[in-house]
Design a protein around this ligand. Sequence first.
Ligand code: BDR
Ligand code: CA
Length: 312
Amino acid sequence: MQKSPPRTAILDCDPGTDDALAILLALASPELHLAAITVAGGNAPLARTLANACGLVALGAATVPVHAGAARALLAPYPPGWPGHGADGMAGVPLPAGPAPAPTLAADAIRALLRAAPAPLTLIGIGPATNLALALATEPPLAANVEEIVLMSGALGAGNATPAAEFNAWCDPEALAIVLAAGPPVTLATLETGRAAPATPARIAALRARAAAARPGRGRAAATAAAILAALPSPRRGAPGSPLYDPCALAWLIAPALFAARPAAVSLDLGPGPSRGRTSIDLRETARARVLDLLDPDGLFTLLGGRLARLP
Ligand code: BDR
Ligand code: CA
């Protein structure tokens, strides 16, 4: 059977522990060709998230260009990151030194890639949406060259950064609103999608075992991913493990059968009050957005372990 060609994508991120696993999953997956990794602050200040992205590219022995982007949100500084990622964004787990970032800034790189692409590209956003918004707001016709925008953002119910808002949406709500309204279809992995994939001790042990059993010269990236998951603080409210948010967005593009996608209308609270950044996801309305339900969490962890064990 002939294999379909990889989907070309730009991955915008703020690594970040779960971003790290998402980046490694992307680098290990032939279904995706990453044309660029673009980086914003969010889980840690930009200097840190940028160094982490470069270190993860080195860990995956990849040659994807990494572009520095937003150090702040459109209207304000980014709020402090979730402390669980640690001051280094990697929960204290060391990464190799990476290559230098590419000279072009993120929004410029995104626009240049969209302009030059022979076929529509996929935009993946697993951090604050600032870079994607800057790119799409400064040259709106380029939205026609976007096949799909896949985001980890928002929540059906309560938030995690505030009682109302999910962290990525809360970091830059205006940017998220721009991306949602840009025109291309948007698919959202929400807080609920990630919470359906808890990194339980058994799943972390299985990932560590895959790393140990990898072919000679492989397994370091998988071992690092297992160490990151093991270093996360205990989950709240008796959850069996920390949620795996950002890898869900990537897994949707790699193994869509793990998910169900429900059409929904997504809007956002941009006011200054306690609801700022809240996503309102109306499953009764059919719009150009979809939200993901994870159907097979074990399948997600099996995918992650199998793919990461292919990396050095
Ligand atoms: C999102 O917030 C960040 O801390 C994670 O990396 C993820 O992208 C989950 O709310
Ligand atoms: Ca993230």
